[in-house]
Design a protein around this ligand. Structure first.
Ligand code: ATP
Length: 264
C-alpha cells in the first residue's frame, strides 16, 4: 500500500531511568536537547542530529525512545532497511514525507534505525533510486539546519556498521556517539531494571555482572536472560497452570500467580 508518514508517529513512555549504564551518553543527549530548547544567540547552532553507533542490542533504540519520552515529543521510529526494501522506488518521496510530518508534529524525534540501509556509500550502488534517496536525505538534514523554528526536531540515526555510511551523510552528523557493550556496573543495573518488582535478593549480582561482561552480553541478551529466568520461575512455581486454562477468564482473574525469589 501507499506510504503514510503520519502512521509512523508514536508517543514513547520510555524514561532515561529505564536505561542501565550509558550515563555519559544520557548526559550528552540531555544536554543536546536542553541547548536546542534554550533561547540563544543566532550564531549558536544546536546539534540537529546525532549518530549512535555500536554493536546490536546495546540500547540505541531505547535512548531515542527516552529522548522522545522525556520531551513528550512525537516519536518517528523508522526502520530504514524495511522502508528501503519495501518502497525502494519511492523512498526519496518518503523521506520528504517523513520530515514534513515530523515538522508539523514537532517537537519530534526522528529515529532512523539501520541507518546504513539509507546511506550506503554511493560507490557501492549508483542506481538512480539510491542517488535520489541520498540527495533527499541530505536536503532534509541540511534544511533542518536553516529552517527557523523554535520547535524541536532532532534526528537520531543508529547503525552497527558506521564504516558503511556515505561520507556526505556522515558529514551531516558531526556529533557521533559510540554505544558500547555494558560494563559490569551497567550489567547489574540492566538486570535490576528487567527484574523490577521481583525478589532478586538471592541473586549474586556481582558474579552475574562479571559473567555477562565475560560473555560479551548486550543489554538485549541480558533482557532475554531475565525473561527466561522469570518464565522458569513461574512455571516451576505454578505447576497447575494448564489446569487453570479450563477456568472462565473472570474466575482466573480472582486468583494470583505464585512468584518466589528469582534465581539464575
Ligand atoms: P539494534 O542495533 O539491534 O537495533 P539497539 O542498540 O537499538 O539494537 P535496543 O533496541 O535499544 O538496542 O535494545 C533492545 C532491548 O534490549 C531493549 O528493548 C531492552 O529491553 C534491552 N536493553 C538494551 N540495552 C539496554 C540498557 N542499556 N538498559 C536496559 N535495557 C536494555
Amino acid at each position: 500500500g501507499a506510504f503514510n508518514a503520519s502512521s509512523l508517529i508514536t508517543h514513547s513512555q520510555v524514561r532515561w531511568d529505564d536505561i542501565g549504564g550509558l550515563d555519559e551518553v544520557k548526559r550528552l543527549m540531555m544536554e543536546t536537547i536542553v541547548i536546542a530548547g534554550l533561547k540563544k544567540p543566532e550564531s549558536v547552532k544546536p546539534w540537529k542530529g546525532i549518530l549512535l553507533y555500536g554493536p546490536p542490542g546495546t540500547g540505541k533504540t531505547l535512548l531515542a525512545a527516552a529522548a522522545a519520552g522525556s520531551l513528550n515529543a512525537s516519536f518517528f521510529d523508522v526502520k530504514a532497511d524495511k522502508i528501503v526494501s519495501k518502497y525502494f522506488g519511492e523512498s526519496s518521496k518518503l523521506i520528504s514525507g517523513l520530515y514534513t510530518a515530523a515538522r508539523s508534529h514537532a517537537p519530534s524525534i526522528v529515529f532512523l534505525d539501520e541507518f546504513d540501509a539509507l546511506s550506503q556509500s554511493r560507490s557501492d550502488d549508483t542506481s538512480d533510486a539510491t542517488r535520489k534517496l541520498l540527495s533527499s536525505l541530505l536536503t532534509e538534514l541540511d534544511g533542518l539546519q536553516d529552517k527557523k523554528s523554535d520547535r524541536l526536531l532532532l534526528t537520531l540515526a543508529a547503525t552497527n556498521t558506521p564504516w558503511d555510511l556515505d561520507t556526505a551523510v556522515l558529514s551531516r552528523f558531526p556529533r557521533r556517539i559510540f554505544i558500547p557493550l555494558p560494563d559490569e556496573a551497567a550489567c547489574r543495573e540492566i538486570i535490576r531494571i528487567h527484574t523490577e518488582s521481583l525478589d532478586i535478593s538471592s541473586l549474586n549480582l556481582d558474579e552475574l555482572g562479571a559473567e555477562c561482561v565475560k560473555k560479551r552480553y548486550s543489554g538485549r541478551d541480558i533482557h532475554t536472560l531475565c525473561q527466561q529466568a522469570m518464565w522458569t520461575m513461574i512455571r516451576d512455581e505454578n505447576t497447575e497452570l494448564h489446569n487453570l486454562a479450563l477456568l472462565p477468564f473472570d474466575e482466573l482473574q480472582k486468583r494470583s500467580l505464585k512468584v518466589r525469589a528469582l534465581s539464575m
